[in-house]
Write a protein that binds this ligand. Structure first.
Ligand SMILES: Cc1cc2nc3c(=O)[nH]c(=O)nc-3n(C[C@H](O)[C@H](O)[C@H](O)COP(=O)(O)OP(=O)(O)OC[C@H]3O[C@@H](n4cnc5c(N)ncnc54)[C@H](O)[C@@H]3O)c2cc1C
Length: 275
């Protein structure tokens, strides 16, 4: 059975500055932040995440929480706006020798804090970063990984590809909006296994169909899926209930949920069947 080692990190809240903004497609933008505060940043797990703190869109002022013995504490004044994101590329010695971090944002409108920040991001803006608090390393004892991701999970998918040992076979399935989003996918994303790309605009039901057509899953295969929470409920049921795989072998994470602001991804994906 696959096992994943867990590592705890000291909690840190880092204030960084936007260094560069690069549009990768019409709906995906890479924001590179820089700062001495990132020195020693570590995120060794493929699906590690950080909490980003955005400046108040009106005043431009960034308020970040304080660290206390109990964890992060909101200050009594100042607007705290935070969302979860994947730390994609970290360079200990980036521009001017300072540590740099890339974060890729999906742009899905203009009203929500993260998408609004990213779509208007410019050099010199502040961004707060907390975490990761813990890392789950790639599974040991596997010969294959099934990786399923939508746009929001493509940065994590990239990290899985980089961190899995080369001998582990990969079965990748990604679901994106349309062929324009496909420009995000590089040779690196297609470097391991035959990448199956599904377009959401082609209608519902394709993801679960693709998942069912994988057939049986061997004991030494690990399954990771992340994306829109509602769509993943059926996917999780298939692996956990229909195929009877244990939670040590399957991780399905809702990264966002249609109609829900700031989804709590620690809550059970399927409340009728919590782990
Ligand atoms: C562990 C983890 C890692 C993540 N990594 C990334 C990452 O690297 N890149 C990334 O882009 N996202 C990532 N996400 C997802 C991101 O946190 C959510 O999409 C978040 O809701 C965006 O915040 P927001 O302020 O833009 O929207 P919110 O204020 O949270 O939501 C406002 C509205 O927008 C909708 N919405 C939210 N996201 C989307 C979307 N992608 N498409 C369409 N509608 C949406 C919501 O359903 C809601 O109705 C990650 C989430 C988790 C839990």
């Amino acid at each position: 059975m696959p096992t994943r080692e867990r590592i705890r990190h000291d909690l840190a809240v880092r204030r960084t500055t936007v260094e560069r903004v690069s549009w990768l497609t019409d709906t995906m933008v890479r924001v590179t932040v820089l700062g001495e505060s990132l020195r020693g940043f570590s995120a060794p797990g493929p699906n590690d995440h950080v909490k980003l703190f955005f400046p108040d869109p009106e005043s431009g002022v960034l308020t970040t929480p304080e660290i206390t013995a109990e964890g992060l504490k909101r200050p009594t004044d100042g607007l705290i706006l935070s969302r979860d994101f994947t730390p994609l590329n970290f360079r200990e010695n980036g521009s001017n020798g300072l540590p740099e971090l890339d974060i890729d944002f999906v742009i899905h409108g203009d009203d929500a804090p993260a998408t609004s920040f990213a779509s208007h991001a410019h050099a010199g803006q502040e961004l707060g970063i907390a975490g990761p608090r813990g890392s789950k390393l790639v599974p040991e004892g596997i010969s294959r990984a099934v990786l399923i991701a939508d746009e929001t999970a493509l940065p994590a998918y990239t990290r899985w590809l980089r961190l899995l040992p080369p001998e582990v076979k990969v079965t990748p399935i990604v679901q994106i909006q349309d062929d324009e989003t496909e420009d995000y996918l590089t040779d690196e994303h297609r470097s391991r296994g035959t990448l199956e790309v599904l377009y959401r605009e082609d209608g519902p039901g394709q993801l679960i169909e693709a998942v069912r057509s994988l057939g049986s899953i061997e004991d030494d295969t690990y399954v990771w899926a992340a994306g829109e929470a509602n769509e993943l409920v059926e996917v999780r049921r298939h692996f956990r209930r229909d195929l009877g795989l244990s939670k040590d072998q399957v991780e399905v994470e809702g990264y966002w949920k249609r109609g829900i602001v700031n989804l709590d991804h620690h809550a059970p994906l399927d409340p009728s069947d919590p782990d």
